[in-house]
Design a protein around this ligand. Structure first.
Ligand SMILES: *Cc1c(COP(=O)(O)O)cnc(C)c1O
Length: 501
């Protein structure tokens, strides 16, 4: 906020320096008018003053551009002022409806947290907690202890630590265990996760040397074996999160790799990416290796994300051998990458849900969304379709159709989950344009609705619209009737539609 200058009515020249005797009132007059009082009370004097100055400068500039003073239509300056102030006050952080069909959408904040985690975070926001304080001994503690034993219980690991995200977990692990030494990785696993996280680049940043073995499609145990030498520090496996190798392929599993590691006295580490704590197949979902299995198969360390399949907050979890975790915790980067109290407050209750797997599909929001039966979304689509059809009018046709959801965030990239959605076709001649226009109108709603245009239709997958949200969603659709003209007036500005799940 700029400090207010001595004179309230600092003259703002019109562009080009043109100056006209202005019929506009002074800033002083406007600010002391009774109609400004409620705005000053709500927004404070300084930003009301700033906004008024801007408005007046604009009015003068417009005035300056007119040949004929007096042709200016009277402006409702208090109305405009109230609107500008309200606009400024609106948070850029908006709640949206994720109807993209991607459940763990990176651009939309990935996992939605369960009720118990929300309550825990809310409590930690306004109350001191024992973040780094051992209540039993009455002395300084370590923040990792709040979740460490739970993580060990759920994964079979000896020790655990938590950092800001999984990219940080990988960086820290390599930096702590392989400085200036070689990390052996299969060429088929040198993945780019998106957002510039590439395994080879992370190696460089960590000060480790990448030793690539095998070929893109096939890597054998002998390839790893032949690469090991005096410079080796780690054997590493990376989950190919966002792509699948099919056809003539061969990779070495973690059991065989870690057996080799043990024979050569080298730790074997696995970056599982999404990482899950439970066998997803029991819910009819595609199978993913669990963290426990990976540890049991012999991995010395496993890294995974907190906000992918785990269903928690953004975090990077490292679990495994106690001596290695100790080394990691002592590395200076750990301090830089550590999590805050809100993350721990959110993570602990999420992990605790895994102690009662019977309730998981109901209580863990991510799993609840992933396991919703298609018939539920079909019923929702049928209930919403008439309203959407009516508000969109005769230029569009709304249908209830099967669609395919994705898990997202690189988890099980080729597997799709059958769902139902509202599929909107544009009947106009330039249907592509009409669909883009509709997409923008939905995005401009107070709670923006984000869908996906594909195969000449706008698809709104209802998997992530839970039943309790449906009434609010439908009520908001009524605004679409009036929104068309606002969009044409240029209200479509805003972010690009999310592209990277
Ligand atoms: C997603 C992913 C990462 C990065 O995890 P973030 O939590 O997004 O930092 C790293 N490795 C793999 C294999 C991943 O899938």
């Amino acid at each position: 906020m700029k400090p207010a200058p001595d004179s309230l009515d600092a003259e703002v020249p019109a562009p080009g320096g043109a100056r006209h005797p202005s019929p506009l009132p002074s800033v002083e007059q406007l600010l002391s008018d009774a109609r400004s009082a409620p705005l000053i009370a709500q927004y404070g004097r300084s930003q009301t003053l700033d906004t008024l100055r801007t408005l007046l400068a604009e009015a003068r500039a417009r005035w300056g551009a007119r040949a004929q003073p007096g042709s200016e239509p009277e402006i409702d300056i208090y109305g405009e002022l109230a609107e500008r102030l309200a606009q400024r006050a609106q948070s850029p952080i908006r709640r949206v409806y994720n109807l993209t069909g991607t459940v763990l959408h990176t651009n939309l904040g990935r996992a939605l947290l369960p009720h118990s985690a929300i309550e825990s975070v809310v409590a930690a926001l306004g109350t001191p907690i024992n973040l780094e304080f051992d209540l039993e001994r009455g002395e300084r503690g370590e923040r990792d202890t709040l979740v460490e034993s739970l993580l060990c219980e759920l994964t079979g690991a000896e020790a655990a630590t938590v950092v800001n995200n999984n990219a940080a977990a990988v960086l820290l692990m390599l930096g702590a265990l392989a400085p200036q030494r070689e990390v052996v990785v299969s060429r088929g696993e040198l993945v780019e996760i998106g957002g510039a996280f590439r395994i080879p680049d992370v190696m460089v940043q960590a000060g480790a040397q990448l030793r690539e073995v095998g070929t893109t499609n096939r890597t054998h145990l002998a390839d790893y074996e032949n690469a090991l030498g005096e410079h080796s520090a780690l054997l590493m496996k990376v989950h190919c999160s966002n792509y699948a190798l099919q056809g003539f392929t061969k990779s070495v599993d973690i059991a065989a790799l870690s057996a080799l590691g043990r024979a050569r006295d080298l730790p074997t580490v696995a970056d599982l990416g999404s990482g899950t704590l439970i066998d997803l197949a029991q819910y009819g979902l595609p199978r993913e290796p669990t963290v426990r299995e990976t540890i049991a198969a012999g991995a010395d360390l496993v890294t995974f994300s907190g906000d992918k399949l785990l269903g928690g907050p953004q975090a990077g979890l490292i679990v495994g051998r106690a001596d290695l975790i100790r080394k990691i915790k002592r590395h200076p980067l750990k301090r830089a990458l550590r999590v805050g109290k809100l993350t721990l407050a959110a993570l602990e209750p999420v992990l605790a849900l895994y102690r009662a797997p019977e309730f998981l599909a109901e209580k863990l929001t991510t799993l609840r969304l992933l396991t919703r039966p298609a018939a539920q979304m079909q019923a929702q689509a049928q209930a919403i379709a008439p309203t959407l059809g009516r508000v969109l009018g005769p230029e569009y046709r709304v249908e209830v159709e099967p669609v395919m959801s994705q898990i997202g965030s690189g988890a099980l990239p080729v597997d799709l989950l059958p769902s139902y959605g509202l599929v909107v076709h544009a009947l106009a001649r330039r249907s592509g344009q009409a669909l883009n226009h509709l997409e923008a109108r939905l995005r401009a709603l107070p709670q923006p609705v984000l869908g996906r245009i594909s195969k000449d239709a706008l698809r709104l997958d209802l998997r992530c619209l839970e039943i309790e949200q449906q009434a609010g969603f439908v009520a908001q659709l009524e605004r679409l009737c009036q929104s068309s003209s606002a969009i044409e007036a240029g209200a479509t500005r805003g972010g690009e539609p999310p592209v990277r799940p």
